[in-house]
Design a protein around this ligand. Structure first.
Ligand code: ZN
Length: 667
């Protein structure tokens, strides 16, 4: 299948930096190019596998990389537009392509001829018949590991069992998602006495109204519910909390048998593929490499947070005694009392600093920080069209005037945009095709207002950190360039960039930064504890061998309790952010045995920022070091090696403990 000449994706774009020709791109073009891209890649890979010449870097790795060129540029453009400004046609195309892309990936990584070809190159390299440099060796290793995780080399009977397990896990996950969603809806708390809603604004109360004299509070995914911080009525807080933690534990939406079966199927799958347990399979694909690596960094955080949470509990109990002398502190009081104490201690009104939070001023501050550190400059290119008509395109240059790439910024919320903020790549830097990068940032600021919140400021610095990872990429292979790094690594450079928003005078004057910093460590004991409890629960479910996992629904709660006690994070006043029965991150594809990634990247972030602090802060010299050692390699070599070459050692947890105000809390 070929792409018609009229399709802007048919060839590499002629626009500067190969920016896709968004002005002339339709859903039909995307469909045609995606179909042709998949077919073309499979043909190219089949030819690569059938090549009678001995395997070389050129005819195997380079050819492999080039095989996905059309598909990559199509999918990158597609995802960028769909996330930012979707249409019915793009939504339909997404629903159509998602299963095809997943089948496409299976077709590659279950192909034995391809696997044999990659293995041949590895064997020849070992015999010194070909030479692989560090980037080649890493790229080939990643391909072989992906084949191994897919089970390509297993005997036929095992492969058949693996396919059964994959199907079974997918079905169970879907069933869990449904039961969990329905259980969440069914758990909604109905209020018939208006006085119980005291603490909420009239508008909020009106939004909860579901009938004459009837209000309904819907549950959100997490254990703690947002309104628990504000409801004065203790009885209603208790009902809301109890509805939340009871989800999935019996009744019509019981999820326990499903999660037991998912955990058991995953354990069997891992064993079949030769891994000690499922968490080992996941950790291997990450920066952590092994579950020992995960727990080495994660385990100290939980008990430190618990100690701090216990100390905070005394303050909260004292506040409760003022408000309600007969009450004993309970989990449903925690967020309410913490919010009360926070407001009393750290009065901070964002309207006082509005003048500093104008959206274009904040972007200027983001650019200024990048200029101070890296010497780069930004020039508006009003002649170029980004992935949405409102997006602004900037050309980025180094201090010496050499080009870096394009940065495309779309600030604004619109009904056709996904929530949140993100970065995407439109063109990935690589030396193989001599290409500089084009990256985007998307935010969701309200178009009518020009000022944003402090959270919005942090978000802009964060997403720009991802953009820098893409812009500074210096890799041979596009597939390993810039932010193409494991999940437990990719958030870390973006978190480091948040640090520059906190510099006094960068966005806000010193006095306000100091107030914000003081408030940011408040209640971190509980905040860290609930996250660590969920993290360690995830690890427990996925490091336990098949014969030690629960076999029946009734054993779930006992397994959970024992796991929390074993890690030293069991505390009734601060339960896990998600309990097992409604922990959708880990029972649906995505974060299974990988929930640790959130805190893991924070550990590296705080450790890297400590390096800047100890070496004179955000100087040009430090920026150059961070860019060269950490950002430029992207995913083209082992990410933990990248970290070591930047920091001179492995990441350590102490700087994060200090940042969270938990450093004195280790028992
Ligand atoms: Zn991020």
């Amino acid at each position: 299948m070929t792409v018609s000449a009229a399709n802007p994706l048919a060839e590499r774009s002629n626009l500067p930096y190969q920016l896709p020709d968004f002005a002339n791109l339709t859903a039909a073009h995307l469909r045609e190019a995606a179909e042709a891209g998949m077919t073309g890649q499979l043909e190219a890979l089949a030819a690569l596998a059938a090549d009678p010449e001995p395997a070389t870097v050129e005819n195997t790795l380079h050819a492999w990389e080039r095989s996905s060129e059309l598909l990559d540029r199509t999918i990158m453009a597609f995802y960028a537009i769909k996330a930012s400004n979707t249409t019915d046609a793009l939504d339909e195309l997404y629903a159509e392509l998602a299963p095809k892309l997943s089948a496409h990936s299976d077709a590659i990584y279950l192909d034995r001829a391809l696997f044999d070809r990659a293995t041949e190159l590895a064997t020849r390299a070992e015999a010194k018949e070909v030479t692989l440099d560090a980037e080649d060796a890493w790229a080939l290793g990643e391909i072989l590991r992906a084949f191994n995780r897919a089970g390509v080399a297993l005997p036929d009977a095992d492969q058949a069992r693996l396919r059964q397990l994959n199907t079974r896990i997918a079905e169970l996950s879907t069933a869990f998602e449904k039961a969990n969603r329905e259980g969440r809806v069914a758990g909604a708390v109905v209020v018939t006495d208006r006085a119980e809603l005291d603490g909420l604004s009239d508008a909020e109360v009106a939004a909860l109204e579901t009938g004459e004299g009837e209000w309904t509070i819907q549950l959100v995914n997490t254990t703690q519910q947002p309104l628990l911080a504000r409801l004065h009525h203790r009885g209603l807080r208790q009902r809301l909390f109890e509805a939340s933690v009871a989800r999935g534990l019996g009744g019509a939406h019981d999820t326990r048998a499903l999660i037991v079966d998912i955990a058991r199927a995953r354990a069997e799958k891992a064993a079949l593929l030769g891994y000690e347990h499922y968490a080992a399979l996941i950790a291997e694909a990450g920066c952590a490499k092994t579950t020992d690596g995960v727990t080495r960094l994660m385990a100290p955080l939980g008990p430190a947070a618990l100690t701090q949470a216990k100390a905070d509990a005394e303050k909260l109990a004292a506040k409760l005694a003022e408000l309600d002398p007969d009450a004993t502190l309970a989990a449903w009081d925690w967020e309410y009392l913490a919010d009360t104490v926070r407001r009393e201690t750290f009065a901070f009104d964002e309207s006082d600093v509005e003048e500093y939070l104008e959206v274009t001023k904040v972007l200027d501050a983001v650019y200024a920080a990048a200029h101070d550190l890296y010497g780069i400059t930004f020039t508006r290119r009003a002649d170029l069209v980004g992935h949405t008509p409102e997006a602004e395109v900037y050309e980025v240059h180094n201090a010496d005037g050499s080009p870096v790439g394009l940065f495309v910024m779309d600030f604004w919320a619109r009904p056709t945009k996904e929530g949140g903020a993100w970065m995407t790549s439109l063109v990935q830097q690589n030396h193989l095709t001599k290409q500089l990068p084009v990256v985007t940032n998307d935010c969701n600021y309200t178009p009518a207002t020009t000022t944003i919140t402090w959270d919005g400021v942090i978000t802009m610095f964060h997403e720009f950190g991802h953009a820098l990872h893409g812009l500074f990429a210096d890799s041979r292979y596009a597939s390993h360039s810039g932010p193409n790094t494991p999940r437990d690594f990719v958030e870390f450079p973006s978190q480091v960039n948040e640090h520059w928003a906190w510099e006094p005078g960068r966005v806000l004057p010193k006095e306000w930064i100091e107030k914000l910093k003081a408030a940011s460590t408040f209640n971190q004991g509980a905040g860290t504890l609930e996250l660590m409890a969920a993290t360690l629960l995830d690890q427990s479910w996925h490091t336990t061998p098949l014969d030690a996992l629960p076999a029946a629904a009734e054993e779930v709660e006992d397994f959970e309790r024992r796991a929390l006690e074993r890690w030293g994070v069991a505390y009734d006043l601060v339960p896990p952010r998600y309990r097992s029965a409604y922990f959708s991150h880990i029972w649906t594809p995505g974060y299974a045995a990988a929930y640790y990634g959130y805190k893991w990247s924070e550990v590296m972030d705080a450790d890297a920022v400590a390096w800047f602090d100890a070496n004179g802060g955000g100087t040009r010299e430090n920026g150059a070091w961070f860019r060269e050692k950490l950002l430029a390699p992207g995913g083209s070599v082992d990410p933990i090696e990248t970290y070591r070459s930047f920091r001179g050692r492995d990441p350590e947890v102490q700087p994060l403990l200090e940042r969270l105000g938990l450093a004195g809390s280790t028992d």
